[in-house]
Write a protein that binds this ligand. Structure first.
Ligand code: FAD
Length: 538
């Protein structure tokens, strides 16, 4: 029974009491291992699906392979005790428009989840001692753009309006205007270069565009030029106490409503009976049966090996064979005695919660090539630096901070470089030296402890980050929308009856959006003759 570390989840719930239903021990004692739904994996999406199902009145078991629920939405004392950092995600921008939060459909905002909206929103420093800061007040951001170009500042304000109108039209089901079709089909690079005239402004838009890990030079990445505009509209909200507070709140809701969550339970196999998925088998051989269905957030590339190949069908498997990973990323975590501080042209300085670096626009065109060659390029890097403790005093002891630096590196290194274990320390010091060119006071003595995670480390931490894909796989047109994960199977139902798939492999993809989770819930409930509206009204 040692693998069932239910206590681990309770401990991770920031010390707060969590209502529990049936304990793991009593499940075993009762031999009660059949549920309406078994959910394999506990990322925020599958937890959202589980929460709707349990609120609908179904019995639900969630099995998480790791000691803690949350997947990429998890916090912990990564570098030092008392320093709460986010293992992966920090910012939940995309979740804000999801009815899960917008309408508090699951009651998460009554279960310890609270959002902070940092101001400034974002900062980008440049080597010529200039910088651009995005503030929550668009008029203030306008002045920042205008430092470089009055025309670009006017364009910025116009795009804020245009994006809001586009979103309104889209929500009302109006046809997409041809201008937006063209914009979306372009590359982020071409669209940015065409839309703005100043290289600082262009670098800012392209650096933020890359937060989705999409190669800025590829067709159909034009939409990401608007990511910065979206952040002006919605800000960069972070959960108070850590990104993991979302998963913790979901865990509380599921358990309070009678669902069961077991951690340390990797799922190894799907149980198939009469051609239907009727449950799962865990690594330790324990079986859990599902009367109505199994919901997976296991990476689709792993899931297909958990049931006989013939059940998936050749077409599905051949399509999936072509599913591509994303370009790799590192996460460099630090516990520090000072925030990252950037000098300003007026002689002052700024310590933003989030900053990004891209010294010149053309740099985004190089990451795909480096990734393909397996090269680590520490020159002129694009970085994203997140320091939630600057906006959230609950994360660290007073005066101390956590800093998380993200940047582009390949998952698979060129042979001559050896393995990630061979190069990890050198890459970490290269990244720090580079950041110091922009933030000279952020010296080594400010770093009390650090942990550098390569793309391979990220995959080890969460098998759903397949080949280092932090959004489960590339977002190119061949595997987005109706083609995610496989053309014809984008509706969360899998080719095996009784098996559903959610999470970043399904549309609309990765990030903390909760959309795959809520969409999957809607489909599963529909198959059971119910709607989300009915569940929410209960
Ligand atoms: C360093 C980093 C920074 C990021 N920053 C952001 C950010 O700021 N904002 C943002 O929106 N996104 C960010 N992301 C992306 C985001 O974290 C992911 O896209 C998101 O977590 C995907 O959520 P999910 O619900 O699909 O599942 P995941 O979070 O991937 O969770 C899947 C879960 O399933 C479990 N699992 C997998 N296989 C099995 C199995 N066989 N048996 C049992 N359990 C299994 C895993 O252990 C995991 O807990 C970041 C990612 C990384 C790595």
């Amino acid at each position: 029974m040692s693998r069932i570390s239910r206590r681990t989840f309770l401990q991770s719930a920031a010390g707060a009491a969590v209502a529990t239903s049936v304990s793991a021990q009593s499940i075993a004692a009762q031999g009660n291992q059949t549920y309406d739904y078994v959910v394999a994996g506990a990322g925020h999406n599958s937890l959202i699906t589980a929460a709707y199902l349990v609120k609908a009145g179904f019995s639900v078991l969630v099995l998480e392979g790791r000691p803690t629920i949350g997947g990429g939405c998890k916090s912990g004392e990564i570098c030092l005790p008392g320093f709460q950092d986010d293992w992966c995600s920090s910012v939940h921008s995309l979740l804000m428009s999801n009815p899960v939060i917008r309408n508090n459909e699951l009651g998460l905002l009554d279960h310890g989840l609270e959002y902070i909206r940092p101001d400034p929103v974002m900062h980008i420093p440049f080597l010529d001692n200039t910088s651009l800061t995005m503030w929550t007040d668009p008029a203030r951001t306008y002045k920042e753009y205008a430092k470089f170009s009055k025309r670009d500042a006017d364009t910025f304000l116009r795009l804020v309006d245009e994006l809001q109108t586009f979103r309104r039209d889209e929500a009302q089901g109006n046809a997409t205007p041809s201008l937006w079709e063209r914009r979306h089909a372009m590359s982020a690079y071409d669209l940015t270069m065409q839309t703005f005239e100043d290289d600082h402004v262009r670098s800012f838009h392209l650096a933020v565009a890359r937060f989705t890990s999409e190669p800025g030079g590829d067709p159909y990445t034009g939409r990401t030029m608007f990511t910065a505009i979206a952040h002006q509209i919605g800000g960069r909200p972070i959960p108070k106490g850590g990104s993991g507070m979302l998963s913790t709140a979901l865990g509380r809701v599921i358990e309070e409503s009678g669902g069961v969550i077991l951690t340390g339970m990797p799922v190894a196999e799907l149980l198939i009976e009469a051609g239907k998925c009727s449950g799962v088998v865990c690594d330790d051989g324990r079986q859990f049966r599902a009367r109505k269905g199994v919901v997976s957030t296991i990476h689709i590339k792993h899931l297909v090996n958990m049931a006989p190949q013939k059940l998936w069908g050749d077409e599905f498997l051949q399509n999936l064979e072509l599913f591509q990973p994303e370009e790799g990323l590192f996460a460099y975590h630090m516990a520090t005695s000072a925030p990252v501080e950037y000098p300003l042209a007026d002689g002052g300085s700024i310590t933003p919660f989030e900053s990004t670096i891209l010294p010149f626009p053309q740099r985004v065109l190089r990451s795909s090539y480096d990734d393909a060659r397996g090269h680590i390029n520490l020159e002129d890097m694009r970085l994203q630096i997140v320091s939630p403790s600057v906006a959230d005093a609950t994360r660290t002891p007073k005066g101390f901070h956590t800093v998380k630096i993200l940047g582009d590196v390949p998952y698979k290194l060129a042979e001559e470089l050896g393995s990630w274990d061979d190069v990890r320390a050198d890459v970490a010091s290269g990244v720090l030296a580079y950041l110091q060119r922009f933030a000279p006071t952020f010296t080594k003595d400010k770093i009390l402890a650090d942990v550098f995670m390569s793309p391979a480390d990220l995959e080890r931490m969460n098998p759903a980050f397949w080949k280092g894909s932090i959004h489960a796989g590339d977002y190119g047109p061949s595997q987005s929308g109706d083609s995610r994960p496989v053309p014809g199977w984008a509706n969360y139902r899998m080719p095996i009856a009784g098996l559903y798939q959610t999470g970043a492999c399904t549309q609309p993809g990765g990030s903390i959006s909760g959309r795959p989770g809520r969409n999957a819930a809607a489909v599963i409930l529909a198959d059971a003759g119910m709607t989300i509206a009915e569940v929410v009204a209960k």
